[in-house]
Design a binder for this molecule. Structure first.
Ligand code: FES
Length: 60
């Protein structure tokens, strides 16, 4: 899964907004209403965001 189908939000949008706004991705998730309806996307969403944000934070 690459998006939350209930909220129509791609996981990548959450990562990009978290980076742009300097927010925790969980905050962005809540603001966009992602992973709050059926929650089927939750595990995929969390591992996607954590992996992306870890590689963003690691020095090149
Ligand atoms: S697919 Fe994300 S809450 Fe349903």
């Amino acid at each position: 899964m690459i998006k939350c189908h209930c909220a129509e939000v791609y996981f990548d949008e959450i990562v990009q907004l978290a980076i742009e706004k300097g927010k925790n991705y969980k905050e962005v998730m809540q603001e966009l209403g992602a992973s709050q309806i059926c929650t089927a996307c939750r595990d995929d969403l969390i591992s996607y965001c954590e992996n992306k944000l870890i590689s963003y934070l690691e020095p090149a």
